[in-house]
Design a protein around this ligand. Structure first.
Ligand SMILES: [Zn+2]
Length: 133
């Protein structure tokens, strides 16, 4: 036998006796507003990552092939995926400083979006009690 628990939506009965299902409980509403407010404060959200590496070149006789090798660089790149391909852009020091915060914003944006989705999943599961036996 399914015993419904008393929860927020059971209180949402209109004067005409019909049940008016709010889209989500007030606590979830508040969490959703907070997440969206945090997203609104983000600046530009640049996808991808910034990585620094040293490398070997294609020339046969080069210090980078010596023992011990003297590698070229370090070079710093902004890389991102586009339709399965990796696109790399060489950055100078000023560009690294300018774009790193935008990369960080994009990472935060992904976290906020994941939190919004998790909240909607929880609301749907709680509302419909799908998870209950
Ligand atoms: Zn070389």
């Amino acid at each position: 036998m399914i015993v419904p628990s008393i929860s927020y939506y059971m209180l949402a009965v209109g004067s005409d006796g019909t049940t008016k299902m709010p889209s989500q409980p007030p606590e979830h509403d508040r969490q959703q507003r907070d997440l969206i407010a945090q997203i609104a404060t983000l600046g530009p959200c640049l996808p991808g990552s910034i990585t620094t590496r040293q490398m070997r070149c294609g020339r046969a006789r080069c210090a980078c092939k010596a023992d011990p090798p003297k590698l070229h660089g370090p070079y710093t790149y902004w890389t991102r995926k586009e339709q399965g391909r990796t696109i790399a852009r060489l950055l100078n020091a000023e560009q690294i400083e300018r774009y790193q915060p935008q990369i960080d914003n994009a990472r935060q944006l992904r976290q906020f979006v994941a939190a919004l989705e998790a909240l909607a999943i929880k609301t749907a599961e709680d509302t419909e009690q799908w998870g209950r036996k």
